[in-house]
Design a protein around this ligand. Sequence first.
Ligand SMILES: [Mn+2]
Length: 431
Amino acid sequence: MGTLIDQALVAEHNAKLKADLDADYEALAGSLSRRGVDIETLTAQAEKFAVALPSWGAGTGGTRFARFPGKGEPRNVFEKLDDCAVIHQLTRATPGVSLHFPWDKISDTAELREKARSHGLYFDLVNSNTFQDQPGQAHTYKYGSLTAQNAAAREQAVAHNIECIELGRALGSKGLTVWIGDGANFPGQNNLRGSLERYLDSMRAIYAALPDDWQVYIEHKLFEPAFYATTIADWGTSFACAQELGPKAKCLVDLGHHAPNTNIEMIVARLAQFGKLGGFHFNDSKYGDDDLDSGSINPFQLFLVFNELADAAQREGASFKTANMLDQSHNVTDPIESLMSSAVEVQRAFVQAALVDREALRGFQESNDVLNAAQTLKKAFRTDVSPILAMARLRIGGAIDPVAAYRSAGYREQVAVARPAKAGASSSGIV
Ligand SMILES: [Mn+2]
């Protein structure tokens, strides 16, 4: 199966919106041209942009209080891939899927790989899970996994990560993201330094199992479920561990995993400067690790992150790359709609950052023209690049308005019939 929504329906949708898009695109081309910017260069860049989808995002997430599942949620990894394929079909910006084990574990990786291939998808980074116990597990992670006092629990957690590498390898993935919930809820519960020493010992064993062309991504998070002291709480700890482990270890920045008002774009700049910026989990937040849709609360921050990425790319050339994926929890929206909108918001920030006049910015910085330096960024941020994003999608087979096309195709109603809910079938989560 190549596409899950009849491409004729997408074409019909596009035909209705094409004349308006052409007019908007032409108007934007004109105004950009007066700024010395070629719209076609930006559209070509937008066409190449990709952000990976989290398999766990295809279902309704939930909070600590409740989960309100929607109709037709995927019940297994194959159905998650079907939904991811629809998101990519309409946005043309999400060809990669990031799996989470053991939630997505199956015995036949060849079948899963073939399913992805038939959808035009590939497997991005794989994720391990030692932040909850699985049925039948020998040793609990209640008091930690990679940092547990109990050596057998640590060994079990290391073995799970190595199994994730093997599964990922069979699926064509090139990296493992490790996030642990380890830490303390009380002062005195853990020896702070001892916990990190055990973490490093465990990570050295995982690192040693990495194939030559693989990387391991360390994801930090300020708090939750450890509410007093999380072992890998911040980018400084993440960076120190990545340095300690070696060149195949990088830092992964989840936008939600910081204290409110943290200058995340500066963290991005620091990690890029020292060669340890591995990738991102994009989402948005107001208070903590809210896992809200990317760009829904603070789109300017998202733009400023991409501004740093554009600066790093200009300094370092084609060798500069990051692994980008969404990591969100959809509680009150259709996950497919949220993931499509979020992919477009991340792509929007990327294109806006490409619009920044870097030469002018440098000039204003050197001459201490603070106001104009700030305005140079704002000018790019304020530019509505929607026609560029829509035109990019149209030219590579996507939908001018992905959410409208999705709704009119009736996909959710169809899968609601095909996927009757069954008790305990959900395997979505929040990370
Ligand atoms: Mn994350």
